[in-house]
Design a protein around this ligand. Structure first.
Ligand SMILES: Nc1ncnc2c1ncn2[C@@H]1O[C@H](COP(=O)(O)OP(=O)(O)OP(=O)(O)O)[C@@H](O)[C@H]1O
Ligand SMILES: [Mg+2]
Length: 268
């Protein structure tokens, strides 16, 4: 295993005992703590001193223009990329779901879900449970090539769930899906997160998705967070709720999308 792939350390004991602002705010223990995290590629600084705390069960959505470093931040959290400076404290159990499902074509669905897991029988039972949770119990013997895009992405979710992550990292997981399937997947992920309560960081370009799912929205720009706001809306959420539209307009404005794109013209 290369240094870049080496697991990052779990949260240090002192982090567990000290009550941080994030823990006080959400009432849950800390799952992620970044402080002063920096990352550059050549002479391009992508992240310039990121501070971030995410608590257990907190659903954080990360927006930002293309190329601002969202995937880089996610890779730092996953342990795939080392920071140039600062501290990255994350739980040991963490999994990533990408835009494409990345299934192994030569393995059936059930084997894809349990891939890399030890203890065969236990793993198979867990994999079946995870498939049932994503409503694919009847597909366990199917080959990946026979699945629709949405089904394949649900298998990828089941594969993530079976690892019981304390930190679930999602990099534009619905971007390749049609609009209706995307809405169904958003509901599914919302339900799964509410049930399993990992800390979540979801990267997306879809502002409506952010308002629908997030406890908190971050917008990454110029190496730091230009926006960090709690979404104070009851669930399930109605995208046409005036407050939801207000959040949407605020985020679109921050992302540099003109007011003409908003469905309301009277939002400041
Ligand atoms: N391994 C690398 N080597 C060199 N440059 C890199 C590398 N990884 C990322 N970059 C650069 O860092 C910047 C941030 O990339 P990143 O993939 O994190 O952006 P992003 O916010 O996820 O963009 P998008 O929304 O398009 O997915 C980009 O300019 C990219 O070219
Ligand atoms: Mg990206």
């Amino acid at each position: 295993m290369s240094a870049a792939e080496a697991p990052l350390p779990p949260l240090a004991p002192r982090e567990r005992t000290a009550t941080t602002a994030a823990e006080r705010r959400t009432g849950s223990p800390l799952a992620v703590s970044l402080s002063g995290v920096r990352k550059s590629f050549g002479d391009k600084t992508v992240l310039s001193g990121i501070d971030l705390e995410i608590t257990r069960g907190e659903f954080v959505v990360l927006l930002g223009p293309s190329g601002t470093g969202k995937t880089t931040l996610l890779r730092l959290l996953s342990g795939l990329e080392p920071p140039d400076g600062g501290d990255v404290l994350v739980p040991r159990q963490r999994t990533v779901v990408y835009q494409e499902p990345r299934l192994i074509p030569s393995k059936r669905v059930l084997a894809n879900v349990s891939v890399g897991q030890k203890r065969a029988q236990l793993t198979r039972d867990n994999a079946r449970r995870a498939l049932a949770e994503v409503n694919l119990a009847d597909k366990e013997r199917a080959w990946p090539a026979t699945l629709s895009g949405g089904e394949a992405q649900r298998v990828a979710l089941a594969r993530a769930l079976v690892r019981e992550p304390e930190l679930l990292l999602l990099d534009e997981p619905f971007a390749a899906l049609d609009a209706l399937t995307r809405l169904q997947m958003q509901d599914l992920v919302g339900d799964l997160v509410a049930r399993h309560r990992p800390a979540v960081l979801l990267v997306t370009h879809d502002v409506d998705e952010a308002v629908r799912l997030a406890d908190r929205v971050l917008i990454l720009d110029n190496g730091g967070f230009a926006v960090d706001v709690d979404i104070d809306l009851p669930r399930p959420r109605d995208r046409n709720d005036p407050e939801a539209l207000r959040y949407r307009a605020t985020f679109l404005a921050q992302l540099g999308v003109g007011r003409h794109s908003s469905t309301r013209q009277d939002i400041s």
